[in-house]
Design a protein around this ligand. Structure first.
Ligand code: TNX
Length: 528
């Protein structure tokens, strides 16, 4: 199997001009074993370059860890100790490197703020980066080079903890690699969100977008408008109890995301998708009458009252509290499917909302429909349609607007995989692994240049999702496909090679207890 993967990688590498030469590229290599050395095709997202050196590292029980960053060192130690059962003492800021050393010095400048260089030799591993985030991403690569059982939360004794030797140089294609979780249609607890963060971080996600309000629920306590959470958060799709985050809960999530090098982007969807808010305060409605709470799955029927001054007091106070709780640069104002708002009301609302968010020191992120208004230079537009062209968005991009790509027919994790999938929706079609992977975010929208693309986001809407197992099933294996598009160079794009790499993740998810979709487009190895 190793041989097959190696040949596939070499074939892909030749086709794509990748650096997968390893010792095979060194003419006159002394032994045939060294000459055949290459990295196995197992890392997702595929690194920028991998050069094997013919050696094999084995993690022994007496190994030690050193780290220039306590958080990343503790993270790696926690995973390795659980599965290996080894003591793996960790020294932070040690003068001499441990068996595995995480170092904030000596990384090449080319790896930038989020990249890393990983050097694996027979008896040592050296990971170098310019930031803790870079070390964290490099740790994910190192874990993927160790046997799948390394992800087991319980001790595994039957495994030799080996990794292929060589050097990996790696850094992201895009600065924005996001995942969105809809906690409004169904509420997910802090622990459930943290569990998803754990999973997302394995694939180098660096933004977590939380869809905190919609027609069916308002999920964040706002002190100046308490009914939003207590009334608006009291139900969900299907009529369940719903729930909301206290501001302390929200801060817990922000901090947990930060400790995984993810920036939180909170979304308050406006001016549509606002029934939960309108049901909480009669005064927010144009007619002064609060509608009933809503537990169905229709969209496009609600709108904030654009002509009402109180609407902007509301928005200012909500955004103000949220901005104060959010260290990241963005507040997402939604802006999608506002079919109960007239076009002139819509553009006037978005213009005012941008001013309000700006007044609180944040930049706006919004679904691409906001391009109907004149966008501020800092506003980020999120493309979600199934089309390949959007003239308003292209015009905004030409004036400097940056775009996050989430085309629903490729990037929506709530679309069914096939017609047999029971969870999810199919309004954007069926999205199996190859559809999730088979597009180029940098060259997708007509009339939009690659330089306008900030990155990729994988949204997960929760109309049909109730449990963490439901989340796992929809996110895996597609989330890693989208994050490879966000991280890896375009020149590495190869469906066959990717499907093999993705297959290698199966045994890891199995070891972690992740209930994923076994797409027939992928050959899952034994132990998956
Ligand atoms: C469209 S895409 C929506 C959401 C739904 C989703 C379901 C977008 C910005 N809005 O309100 O939950 O489809 O797939």
């Amino acid at each position: 199997m190793f041989r097959r993967a190696r040949l596939a990688l070499l074939a892909a590498g030749v086709a794509l001009g990748m650096t997968v030469t390893g010792a095979a590229g060194a003419a006159g290599a002394s032994s045939s074993a060294a000459a055949a050395a290459s990295f196995p095709n197992v890392v997702v997202p595929v690194p920028v370059s991998e050069t094997a050196n013919g050696s094999t590292f084995t993690l022994a029980s007496a190994a030690t860890l050193t780290a220039d960053d306590a958080n990343v060192g503790g993270y790696l130690a926690g995973i390795l100790r659980a599965s290996t059962g080894y003591a793996l003492p960790l020294t932070v800021g040690a003068a001499a490197p441990g068996t595995i050393a995480l170092s904030l010095s000596g990384a090449p400048a080319t790896v930038g703020a989020e990249g890393y260089q990983l050097t694996i030799k027979a008896s040592s591993v050296l990971l170098q980066a310019n930031s803790a985030a870079g070390l964290f991403h490099g740790v994910q690569t190192l874990l993927q080079l160790l046997p799948a059982q390394v992800m087991s939360p319980a001790k595994v004794t039957s495994v030799a903890w080996k990794a292929t030797g060589g050097t990996i140089l790696d850094y992201p294609r895009f600065g924005y690699r996001g995942a969105m979780l809809d906690v409004a249609r169904h509420f997910f607890t802090v622990a459930q969100v943290e569990h998803y963060i754990d999973e997302l971080s394995l694939y180098k996600v660096n933004y977590l977008h939380l869809h905190l309000s919609d027609d069916q629920g308002w999920r964040i306590a706002i002190n100046s408008w308490p009914n939003l959470a207590t009334t608006g958060g009291s139900t969900e799709v299907g009529g369940g109890a719903g729930g909301y985050y206290t501001q302390a809960d929200y801060t817990t999530i922000v901090n947990y995301a930060a400790s995984h090098y993810m920036t939180l982007v909170p979304e308050i969807d406006t001016p549509g998708h606002t029934n939960a808010a309108l049901a909480s305060y009669a005064a927010l409605n144009c007619n002064g009458v609060a509608p009933p709470l809503y537990t169905g799955t229709d969209v496009g029927f609600s709108s904030l009252c654009v002509s009402l001054p109180l609407t902007y007091t509301f928005l200012d106070q909500v955004v103000g509290e949220l901005a104060a709780l959010t260290p990241g640069p963005y507040i997402h104002i939604g802006g999608d499917e506002a079919s109960s708002t007239s076009q002139s009301d819509y553009t006037s609302f978005i213009t005012k909302a941008q001013q309000i968010v700006g007044n609180h020191g944040k930049a706006v992120m919004g679904w691409h429909n906001i391009a109907a208004a004149t966008l501020a230079p800092s506003t980020l537009a999120q493309f979600w349609d199934t089309t390949k062209s959007n003239s308003a968005l292209a015009a905004a991009a030409a004036k400097g607007t940056k775009i996050v790509m989430s085309p629903a027919n490729h990037a929506y994790l709530d679309m069914k995989y096939t017609k047999k999938t029971t969870l999810g929706q199919n309004w954007a079609g069926y999205v199996d692994v190859n559809a999730a992977y088979g597009w180029d975010p940098g060259n997708y929208l007509s009339g939009v240049s690659a330089s306008a693309i900030a990155g990729v986001e994988a949204p997960l809407w929760s109309e049909t999702l109730v449990t963490s197992a439901n989340i796992d099933y929809m996110a895996f294996p597609r989330l890693p496909a989208l994050m490879e598009l966000g991280w890896s160079p375009e020149s590495t794009h190869n469906q066959t090679s990717f499907d093999a790499r993705l297959g290698a993740q199966g045994p890891r998810w199995h070891a972690m207890g992740v209930d994923y979709y076994k797409s027939t487009q992928v050959k899952w190895p034994s132990g998956s």
